[in-house]
Design a protein around this ligand. Structure first.
Ligand code: ZN
Ligand code: ZN
Length: 179
């Protein structure tokens, strides 16, 4: 994604662009579409250019809780300032970048790449109320209950366990410990 100084000088308003997702496949990122769509605007300021916009990343991810694949369209906004003024560049912000007076173009490829990788590192949860997998049998609890929880409830041993627990508490209270 290259922007030429001639177009930057004129100013860019909501230009649409595509990033090919195939280039990320080696990095084990998965997408459910072939392109990441984006929109950007640019304006000239006294000390350089301000480029802003949004990219829409069609991630195909695996839920950390239930391990199913799901589609996750992420809208990521970006803001970059390009300048050759040292004072601005010394500012600790990652969004202020160097552009030499001699450069006649800006390549945003690496910047977008970084944005995409940062987003990918976020937690992956298919939905806020994902119930995850049963820690005992591995059933996906979003698709239905497994028998582990019901078996526990109906178990004749459960009441015995409760009795045992009570007995233990009484013994503890009375200062008697198991010999
Ligand atoms: Zn999930
Ligand atoms: Zn289970």
């Amino acid at each position: 994604m290259k922007l030429y100084r001639t177009e930057l000088d004129k100013g860019i308003s909501k230009k649409l662009f595509d990033i090919d997702t195939n280039q990320f496949q080696l990095d084990e990122l998965n997408f459910y579409e072939d392109t990441i769509k984006g929109e950007l605007s640019a304006e000239r300021s006294s000390n350089g250019y301000h480029i802003s916009g949004t990219i829409y990343i069609p991630f195909e991810q695996t839920c950390d809780r239930c391990l199913t694949n799901y589609h996750n369209l992420k809208n990521v906004e970006f803001n970059f300032w390009f300048t050759d003024e040292n004072e601005l560049l010394q500012d600790d912000s990652d969004d202020v970048l160097y552009l030499s007076k001699n450069d006649d173009e800006i390549d945003l490829k690496t910047l977008f790449r970084e944005l995409i990788f940062l987003e990918e590192q976020m937690k992956h949860i298919c939905s806020e109320d994902c119930k995850g997998l049963c820690s005992n049998c591995g059933t996906n609890l979003n698709e239905g209950n497994c028998r582990c929880s019901t078996e526990e409830k109906d178990s004749p041993w459960k009441e015995l366990k409760i009795l045992q627990g009570t007995a233990l508490n009484i013994r503890r209270k009375n200062g008697i410990t198991k010999s």
